[in-house]
Design a binder for this molecule. Structure first.
Ligand SMILES: *Cc1c(COP(=O)(O)O)cnc(C)c1O
Length: 481
């Protein structure tokens, strides 16, 4: 068999088209052909497999180890959802398939997933309508705050402030600022929840919304939530619920019933679609009736004959925030997960997420001071302040956990707690894993007293030990591996 590129790559078979099969016009002119072979590495399949398998072993993932990263819900994503997302009819769907006629039949299933998912999320959160378009939690916040701005604009309200408690997730004030608002900080009281007196002082007719992370970053549910929503609504402000960590209240209560007007969810936290490495994610936004007309395009609409289509022309929409169907396969995985768990399963998810966090809190609070000494929700915040007296910081403990095969918890956050260690075990971990984590944390405390140098040297089991973090951030060199 004569190969067309034979001359350009002596001894190497880049392509296997017999010359006779290639139309004349496609044969490259001699002058364009390479004079030397491509300088590509030449390795056997086995070498290649070993290379990538070894690289993948350097990865830290929920599939290999415990990952108690607070405020991030790194729970196990059932492989079942991956199988569903791999189904050819979904995975190969082209976003430009026509919706009407012919192609309409091809997209109906996908549109039905979106339609049903909106209804499920409304039922779970108590909202009246949902958009599935935002691609992440913070993107959902930006969308939600933009909806709030559109609502006030339509009412000719000139409101320029958003109130954000100091225990909110860091993205909340950032999103509100990007949407054009000025942020007013509301302090927490000694119980770790919003200081009602401060809220009353700061609420007035210039406030567009109160944006709350609930449970807050101390892992606490706002016990005064009824009073807060009532105060805000009296002043004409809307209530925003950061529901990224809905795990904590899943199946137990609905933000819509408590008086919240806008909510975002993180499907990549609560609804078990993969999370990490910056995506992919999905941050659907739910709203009450008064805000429905502003939802971003496209909207899934049902015709009288029961068929579905995407409407790109609602009159008062805030416009595009994403293209086509949003992050469709992420939404699909979450949809499959919700249907798999069902009513009972979702309730149990919430219950076990909270139980596991409280188990860790109860077993560690004698040595790591809890941020607030009461029951927590889906995560607990401990402090290494006692260990700091011996010169051991939250940072050293986090590094030591790596040597135990455990991903470090979130540290130094929330900012209002000294030497914070924020632990979110999630509902998918067994009691054995939680006990192992507790044992490692107690061990770290003993080392702090007996052999602090061992903690200072951690991690010792990783390809690279302790970095100069500032240098690493400013002068990143990943090639060291
Ligand atoms: C993770 C998280 C966010 C941001 O979500 P991203 O998808 O990372 O943008 C917002 N709020 C809370 C409470 C979170 O935990």
């Amino acid at each position: 068999m004569e190969l067309i590129f034979k001359k350009s790559v002596p001894g190497r078979r880049c392509t296997r088209f017999p010359k006779s099969d290639v139309p004349k016009a496609r044969v490259l002119a001699q002058k364009y052909l390479r004079k030397s072979a491509c300088a590509l590495p030449e390795v056997s399949e086995l070498d290649l497999i070993r290379h990538f398998t070894n690289l993948s072993r350097l990865n830290f993932s929920v599939d290999t180890n415990f990952y108690p990263l607070g405020s991030c819900t790194m729970k196990y994503n059932p492989k079942f959802s991956e199988d569903i997302a791999r189904l050819e009819g979904f995975a190969n769907l082209h976003p430009l398939l026509p919706q009407l006629r012919g192609g309409g039949l091809l997209t109906q299933g996908a549109l039905e997933v979106l339609w049903n998912m909106e209804k499920l999320l409304c039922e779970i959160t108590g909202m009246d309508n949902f958009t599935l378009q935002p691609a992440a939690g913070a993107h959902g916040e930006l969308t939600g705050v933009t909806l709030i701005a559109a609502y006030h604009r339509a009412k000719k309200n000139k409101r320029k402030y958003i109130l954000v408690p100091d225990s909110a997730h860091g993205t909340n004030p950032a999103s509100a600022a990007i949407a054009g608002y000025e942020i007013i900080n509301v302090p927490s009281d000694q119980n770790g929840t919003m200081d009602l007196r401060a809220l009353k002082e700061k609420l007035n007719e210039d406030v567009a919304a109160v944006m709350m992370t609930c449970p807050n970053t101390l892992g606490l549910f706002e016990t005064n939530i009824d009073a807060i929503t009532e105060l805000a609504h009296k002043k004409g402000a809307l209530m925003y619920y950061d529901g990224a960590n809905l795990n904590a209240i899943l199946g137990k209560c609905r933000p819509g019933d408590i008086g919240f007007d806008v909510i975002h969810l993180n499907l990549h936290k609560t609804f078990a679609t993969p999370h990490g490495g910056g995506g992919p994610g999905a941050g659907p936004v739910g709203v009450k009736k008064e805000l429905e007309e502003f939802l971003p395009i496209s909207r899934v609409v049902k015709r009288d004959d029961g068929t579905l289509y995407l409407n790109y022309k609602p009159t008062h929409t805030i416009g595009y925030i994403a293209s086509f169907y949003g992050n469709f396969l992420v939404i699909l995985k979450a949809y499959a997960y919700i249907l798999l768990l069902g009513r009972e399963g979702l309730i149990r998810t919430g219950e076990h997420a909270v139980l596991n966090a409280n188990y860790i809190l109860a077993k560690l609070k004698d040595i790591y001071a809890p941020a607030i000494d009461k029951y927590c929700m889906h995560e607990c915040v401990l402090s290494a302040s006692k260990q700091a007296e011996q010169g051991i910081r939250a940072f050293d403990i986090a590094k030591y956990l790596i040597d135990c095969g455990i991903h470090p918890p979130t540290i130094y956050f929330p900012l209002i707690i000294k030497e914070a260690l924020m632990v979110e075990p999630t509902e998918t971990e067994s009691k054995e894993t939680l006990d192992y984590f507790i044992a490692c944390m107690r061990e770290a405390d003993s080392l702090a007293k007996e052999n602090p140098e061992a903690l200072k040297k951690a991690p010792q089991t990783t390809p690279i030990g302790r970095l100069d973090e500032t240098k690493a951030a400013r002068d990143m060199n990943c090639a060291l591996l």
